[in-house]
Design a protein around this ligand. Structure first.
Ligand code: KIV
Length: 283
């Protein structure tokens, strides 16, 4: 059954937990979709995972559109949410609606996600009024890395925790259909989850959220640049890939790959004629 923003709300209302993962390409999206993952986020974490940047700041609209469209082609039943990259919505309400529209029309997403609380509510309201579902993102918002001074957990003290609650209520009021809570104390995330009508999707925010999301390359142990505390390796794909690459390297160098069964046959008479032709041509 197709997951939509309506089914996400129904899941929260029924107390059913929502599963989400990031993906950046067609084949991974197809596997996640077949596994029954409710939602796929084409995260701007593609800046780290796919493009090798140290942060998400350099990710462009063109990056998000290209990878969004690839994921959308692979996702039949999962809800596809595409991240709005840095400076595609902060600059003005007009830019926010225009760029969210591009992610829907060209990236074929079914929703967009943007980072921030009260300060981006005019953008959330305008995008939602343009019939584009918006997911908000609070707590550790990676596009603000230069303000935070690093990837650090957020809202551990009283005042920042109160601000997060105000932000969560504000984005809900502005029309967000869900909110991602990243790297905040589990007890705070649980309070916010109980206060909101809309679903919360946690990443490093404990089990009290309505759903969970992880960067797929982290949960498959494929990404080794850094490993946040909340990541669990659900499969050791990184080491398995490394084994495969090493064995290939060894077999190519030993001449044992490709073997007979990996080659295409040729009839004897064609072969003999080609040999004669090759002799002729090399004179
Ligand atoms: O870009 C991303 O992958 C995200 C998740 C960490 C929620 O925003």
């Amino acid at each position: 059954m197709k997951n939509t923003v309506v089914t996400f709300q129904q899941m929260k209302d029924k107390g059913e937990r929502i599963s989400m993962l990031t993906a950046y390409d067609y084949s991974t999206a197809k596997l996640q979709d077949s596994a029954g993952i409710n939602g796929i986020l084409v995260g701007d974490s593609l800046g780290n995972v796919v493009l090798g940047y140290p942060d998400t700041i350099s990710v462009t609209m063109e990056d998000m559109i290209r990878h969004g469209a690839a994921v959308s082609r692979g996702a039949e039943n999962s809800l596809v949410v595409i991240d709005m990259p840095f400076m595609s919505y902060q600059t003005s309400v007009y830019d926010a609606v225009f760029n969210a529209g591009r992610l829907m029309k060209e990236g074929r997403g079914q929703a967009v996600k943007l980072e921030g609380g009260e300060e981006v509510c005019p953008q959330i309201k305008a995008i939602a009024q343009a019939s584009i579902p918006v997911m908000a993102h609070l707590g550790l918002t990676p596009q603000s890395i230069n303000v935070f001074g690093g990837f650090k957990s957020q809202a551990k003290e009283l005042e920042p925790a109160k601000k997060l609650i105000r932000d969560a209520l504000a984005v809900q009021e502005a029309g967000a259909f869900a909110v991602t809570l990243e790297c905040v104390p589990a007890r705070l995330a649980e309070i916010v989850t109980k206060m909101l009508r809309i679903p919360t999707i946690g990443i490093g925010a404990g089990a009290g959220c309505d759903g969970q999301i992880l960067v797929y390359a982290d949960m498959l142990a494929m990404f080794s640049d850094f490993r946040p505390k909340f990541v669990k390796a659900f499969a050791n794909i990184g080491p398995a890939m490394m084994d495969g690459f090493r064995t290939y390297d060894e077999e190519v160098k030993a001449g044992t790959y490709p073997a007979e069964e990996h080659t295409y046959p040729m009839q004897d008479e064609v072969f003999e004629a080609i040999e004669a032709y090759a002799d002729e041509m090399s004179k």
